[in-house]
Write a protein that binds this ligand. Structure first.
Ligand code: G3P
Length: 214
């Protein structure tokens, strides 16, 4: 399973990238707004840090506007993946961009058929948001399982990015379901490396190491 970092914070991205675990980055307008920096500058800097797909989202709401924005974003760096909201206009733009060989990530997917349509339009990636479904008492992961099955049934090459991840159990469930990618906040990446028994065990080993005669 590929691991993407779901953030626009370049310090966090550098740290995670140094661990050698990051295969790509996803951003959205809310994450970029938090940085307080210009959009293109942030996207370009992320592309200079991580060698993998970097999702940058369009904000136009009509297909022509999304396509124009997407083409401009794709010029920033060959790794830019144009993130497009799952709307009828978004599907048109996805089709047009994919015909031009521009990578796309259809986002804000909350039911499996939306993902199937995105795949049919040639999306490179599709992003089901599981945490936001859990928030409203629906089981986010069951949507991911259904979507994976639909894409496998017709052998679509579209990869599923499990998004809106809130905790390590979401990551474990994504891996068990066979998702292609999970995109996670820096906090969750840190949590994946930790276990209290690891810390206790290490403290004991270091203590005992001091007793070994030199
Ligand atoms: O990748 C999508 C993600 O950024 C949404 O996460 O936590 O805002 O639901 P969240």
């Amino acid at each position: 399973m590929k691991i993407f970092l779901d953030t626009a914070d370049v310090t966090e991205i550098r740290e995670a990238n140094d661990m050698g675990l990051i295969d790509g980055v996803t951003t959205n307008p809310s994450l970029i707004a938090k940085t307080g920096r210009p959009f293109r500058e942030v996207v370009a800097e992320i592309c200079s840090i991580v060698n993998g797909p970097i999702s940058a989202e369009t904000t136009a709401t009509d297909a022509r506007g999304m396509q124009a924005e997407g083409e401009e974003l794709a010029r920033i760096h060959p790794n830019v993946t144009v993130k497009i909201p799952m709307t009828p206009e978004g599907l048109k733009a996805t089709r047009a961009l994919s015909k031009k060989g521009i990578k796309t990530n259809v986002t804000l997917v909350f039911q499996p058929l939306q993902g199937l349509l995105a795949a049919k339009c040639g999306a490179t990636f599709v992003s089901p948001f599981i945490g936001r479904l859990d928030d409203v008492s629906a089981e986010g992961m069951s949507m991911v399982r259904d979507l994976l099955r639909m894409l496998q049934n017709y052998r679509y090459p579209t990869e599923v990015i499990v998004a809106s991840v809130r905790h390590p159990i979401h990551v474990a469930q994504a891996a068990l379901a066979g998702a292609h990618v999970v995109t996670i906040p820096g906090k969750v990446l840190k949590q994946l490396t930790q276990h209290p028994l690891t810390d206790i065990g290490l403290a004991k080993f270091l203590e005992d190491a001091k007793k070994i005669p030199r």
